[in-house]
Design a protein around this ligand. Structure first.
Ligand SMILES: [Zn+2]
Length: 317
């Protein structure tokens, strides 16, 4: 096996990300079949029954999730994986008429218990991003925020879902903010997660999801150098799918995302609207503080725009 030949489990792949820029725009050859408009949804928890979970921002009820799948089915969307997309970009697979990608972050136990049976019922695939550190049993990274503590998937669940055609991607080792830690630590979080998940699955792990959606150019280069082919942010990245394979914008699905909201969010117009607000926020933040001398707009309107962008990002996260 590759890893045994190269030093076993304790080996961290050599850091080479400085000389390996991410490959981009791989969707060029697919642009004619509509792949540029592929939308990616990000779910967290899918919860059953009535309890405090129903009030958690990142929890969607089982009934609402079923309505989402019914809606996608009725409107002719076919969920694909990043692996399907990669094979299609090599012209070995034809993408369906309306491809869409459903992703699940963090690897909660209810992804297996609640979402997986429904996905099977509808014959749909999804991409599930899990932590490389398989000793973490619940979302300890949220403990300081007083967020609900939830159990995570066991290895056997991951293997069963992978066997059933779900794509398993990496969500770092321990859910750190990769943009806030030293480069050596970030590299370990990224490269080791891929290595350990590949050993678990005995298959390639090619997609990555940035914890908290936080990403910068250095982190992107590391993800590319670690061998991933696609990486997902949340509310950042270009409006067009595949323009930056290492910063794929996703549509966050929250507790409040009904099917009518879903319908709005999967439209290309909404994608461009989100992208414009993000870009405006970036420009305003760059000029803040001291922006009053640099922007022509009156101070109160700049402030209100700055606030609304911030509120939007908080809401979207
Ligand atoms: Zn996460």
């Amino acid at each position: 096996m590759f890893y045994e030949q190269h030093g076993g489990l304790n080996m961290i792949p050599e850091r080479t990300y400085r000389v390996l820029p991410p490959e981009r725009s791989e969707s060029e050859s697919l642009s004619r079949n509509g792949s540029r408009s592929i939308k990616i949804l990000v779910y967290h928890r899918i919860v059953r029954g009535r309890g405090k979970e129903n009030f958690c921002k990142f929890c969607l009820s089982e009934d609402e999730f079923r309505r989402h799948l019914e809606w996608l089915d009725r409107w002719g969307f076919t969920p694909i994986t990043f692996e399907d997309y990669r094979i299609a970009s090599e012209k070995q697979l034809e993408l369906p008429h309306k491809p869409i990608i459903l992703t699940f972050d963090d690897g909660y136990l209810d992804t297996y218990q609640v979402a997986f049976p429904l996905l099977k019922e509808f014959g749909m695939k999804a991409v599930i991003f899990v932590l490389g550190d398989r000793t973490i049993k619940n979302n300890v990274w949220d403990a300081h925020l007083n967020l609900l503590q939830s159990s995570l998937l066991e290895d056997s669940h991951i293997l069963e879902m992978h066997e059933a055609g779900m794509e398993i991607g990496a969500h770092s080792m321990t859910h750190l903010k990769l943009t806030d830690v030293k480069e050596e630590r970030a590299w370990e979080e990224i490269s080791r997660a891929r290595m350990l998940l590949e050993i678990l699955l005995n298959a390639p792990v090619l997609s990555f999801s940035y914890p908290y959606g936080l990403v910068n150019e250095t982190v992107k280069h590391m993800v590319a150098s670690a061998g991933f082919t696609h990486a997902c942010s949340v509310w950042t990245g270009p409006a067009v799918f595949g323009k930056d394979a290492y910063e794929l914008r996703r549509i966050p699905i929250l507790n409040s995302t009904t099917t009518s909201k879903l319908a709005v969010r999967v439209s290309s117009l909404f994608q461009y609207y989100s992208w414009m607000r993000w870009t405006a926020g970036k420009i305003l933040r760059r000029k803040h503080p001291g922006y009053e001398n640099e922007l022509i707009a009156p101070l109160d309107s700049v402030e209100s725009l700055y606030r609304s962008v911030n509120d939007y990002e908080k809401f979207e996260s």
